[in-house]
Design a binder for this molecule. Structure first.
Ligand code: ADP
Length: 661
């Protein structure tokens, strides 16, 4: 280097390393004499110029100089060295000392450039460097170029670079986002494909089917082949229906359309099927707000609608048949007692169809002797939640005509949509009742007529038995005894029929008197003894029990229970009768060890003409009226009857009566 006499080290440094930058200052103050380069005044012109250009450049630059590759760098490069790391030690340092972590990568590049190779160009290269107290992943775009130190003499390598870490990271992030987006889109597609709602996308005014999920294809009765076709070609059956027109309007107006429980006819398996759906046609718009397509989302509700229609149809049919059957219907709110009778119901009670009719007005038309019974049955059904079924006469309010009705009612507990209510039917059974009455009268008349000769027959037989006791002819006396038993059985039967006809016609009459129940039981047992088969009959006596009742009728109750115990326990050994008194009530039980009664039969046992049908009972004669009569007789006495029974073990019949006051 040629220095003029007035050139001092200071002016030289100011000339080449001038500027306010940190690196210019550091380069100025650095003690270069301690390096192999010596003080700057000994540097070659090429080195001074390169360092000068570098310090002034706003582009990150770095220089290795000489065989030792002594380092220089500028302010723009400085941040790449981080805050706590290589800066400012890197200035004037040997390359190899400064970059041990990447030396194996960069040294070959430096050598290649110094030995005359072409300048390098590396873009977004990952060169991890130690800065900020850790090894960081840093990306660079850089070029290594040779700087000559005189003709043909390599002086150093100038690195012009820029850190692209941020750009690369942003790029990576974008790539990640794109991948995630693609994934989530494919997830969404997958979800839509399998969604239980029908989804389709139509594009353009001609409504090309762009996408259609499984459900919509199933409803259309089509395969993916329809994709890409215009809707009216894919589903020609739509041409006679309003949908294409609506879609057209949605497209033109850009306003969505909602359909509620809409019926469509779609071709499935070569025939038109009724399909119901709730759907929306949602227009899709571009950035300019123009409609470019329409999305169809439909919830198919065919099954629900069809089921509901069936229920509605069944209700309608029921309503029609109720009307046709001329049945009166009614409804009563359990809490408010608000009562709504149908027109026919009003008619049955003799009111005009347009009249307001209250519950009390209806009840008042029931003759007094039945009124309480009906009222009680209704109240009991409300309290117990059970149904009620009762026959009673009614006297028409306006026409004063007597009719017989059968009223059936049931409590319907509170549900989400309805208050607890009681409702039912009322049928006109006047004709049937009249027939029954005629039959009853006939039975009553016949039984009555039969009773007189039978009573005389009984009397004669008793006389004969008394006379024959004195003779030695056992054949005659046992025959007479047997004839007597048969006559008694017959009179019991005829009495039963007579009682039934009286009961049915409401003509049952009680001859009330105070008598000792125990005494009556003993008498009946005595009378029954001759009919015993293998059984022993035992009474567990108790203190005399006075009751106020119809002695003959209570006698027939006991006699019925005893004869049943004998009839239905042919192989049983014991029949036990006992009485118990407690709290003003006497309870009588008749226990046998017979065939027993199945639980399902027990509740029907006290109904008229009910008989348990089993192979054991089919050869035992009877009409199924005995227990019905017992129950009715006890009911008229304010008493009760019930049974406990186990198949194959035996039955115990109980009845209870109030004691005499
Ligand atoms: P009947 O005996 O004439 O059939 P009941 O009214 O007296 O009529 O009895 C009704 C039915 O109850 C009978 O058919 C029988 O099946 C059943 N039953 C009555 N008493 C007994 C009993 N002690 N053991 C078993 N079953 C009985």
């Amino acid at each position: 280097m040629q220095l003029s006499p007035e050139t001092t080290p200071q002016t030289l440094q100011q000339f080449y390393f001038d500027g306010d930058g940190e690196m210019a200052a550091l380069t100025r103050s650095y003690d270069w004499s301690k390096t192999v380069l010596g003080p700057p005044e000994h540097w070659s012109q090429s080195l001074l110029t390169t360092v000068s250009i570098m310090l002034k450049s706003r582009f990150p630059m770095f220089l290795w100089w000489g065989t030792e590759l002594i380092q220089f760098y500028n302010d723009a490069y400085r941040p790449s060295l981080g805050n706590e790391g290589k800066h400012p030690k890197a200035l004037g340092q040997y390359g190899e000392e400064c970059w041990p972590e990447i030396w194996p990568v960069i040294k070959p590049l430096i050598d290649q450039v110094l030995s005359g190779g072409a300048s390098t160009w590396s873009e977004d290269q990952l060169i991890p460097i130690y800065r900020n107290n850790r090894l960081e992943d840093v990306y660079w775009t850089f070029s290594y170029s040779k700087v000559n130190d005189g003709p043909g003499k390599p002086g150093g390598v100038l690195v012009i670079c820029s850190e692209t870490t941020e750009k690369v990271n942003t790029l990576h992030k974008m790539e990640k986002t794109v991948t995630e987006l693609a994934e989530s889109e494919s997830r969404l597609r997958y979800m839509l494909a399998d969604a239980p709602v029908a989804i389709a996308l139509f594009s353009g005014k001609e409504l090309l089917i762009e996408a259609a999920n499984k459900k919509v294809l199933e409803v259309w009765g089509k395969t993916e082949e329809v994709i890409g076709k215009p809707l009216h070609i894919a589903l020609p059956e739509l041409q006679e229906q309003p949908f294409l027109q609506i879609l057209n309007e949605v497209f033109n107006t850009g306003k969505p359309f909602h359909g509620n429980e809409v019926k469509a006819f779609l071709e499935q398996n070569h025939k038109l099927e009724e399909v119901y759906s709730n759907f929306v046609y949602q227009p899709l718009k571009n950035a300019e707000g123009e409609t470019t397509g329409i999305v169809l989302v439909a919830n198919i509700i065919t099954e629900q609608v069809v089921t509901r229609k069936k229920v509605e149809q069944a209700e309608e049919m029921l309503r029609l048949s109720i009307e046709a059957a001329n049945v009166g219907t009614w409804y009563m709110d359990v809490n408010t007692r608000n009562f709504i009778p149908s027109s026919r119901m009003k008619e049955l009670y003799g009111y005009y169809p347009h009249e307001e009719v209250s519950y009390d007005a209806v009840i008042n038309q029931i003759p007094e002797e039945y009124r309480n019974k009906v009222r009680l049955a209704v109240e009991q059904a409300i309290a117990s939640g059970e149904s009620y079924n009762i026959e009673h006469p009614v006297v028409g309010y306006h026409d004063q005509t007597q009719r017989w009705v059968r009223a059936l009612g049931k409590l319907y507990p509170k549900t989400a949509g309805h208050a607890a209510h009681f409702s039912g039917l009322t049928l006109d059974i006047t004709e049937q009742k009249r027939d029954e009455m005629r039959k009853n009268d006939f039975i009553g008349m016949v039984s009555h007529e039969l009773k007189t000769p039978l009573t005389s027959l009984n009397g004669y037989l008793q006389l004969l038995i008394a006379r024959m006791k004195k003779t030695e002819d056992t054949f005659i006396s046992t025959s007479l005894e047997k004839a007597h038993i048969q006559v008694k059985k017959m009179s019991t039967m005829i009495n039963g029929f007579l009682n039934i006809s009286r009961l049915e016609s409401g003509k049952i009459h009680l001859d009330l008197e105070v008598f000792d129940l125990d005494q009556l039981i003993m008498e009946i047992m005595e009378e029954t003894k001759p009919t015993l088969q293998h059984q022993t009959l035992t009474l567990f006596p108790c203190l005399p029990v006075s009751i106020y009742a119809d002695r003959e009728k209570i006698g027939s109750v006991i006699s019925n229970l005893l004869s049943n115990a004998i009839k239905y326990s042919p192989k049983g050994k014991k029949i036990e009768v006992s009485t118990q008194v407690s709290e003003g009530i006497v309870e009588v039980s008749v226990k046998d060890e017979g065939m027993g009664i199945k639980p399902q039969a027990i509740e029907k046992l006290f109904e008229r003409f009910y008989r348990v049908e089993t192979k054991h009972t089919q050869n035992i004669s009877g009409f199924g009226i005995g227990l019905y009569l017992c129950a009715e007789i006890l009911l008229h006495h304010g008493g009760k009857i019930w049974v406990e029974s186990e198949i194959g073990v035996g039955s115990t019949f109980y009845f209870s009566l109030p004691l005499a006051p």
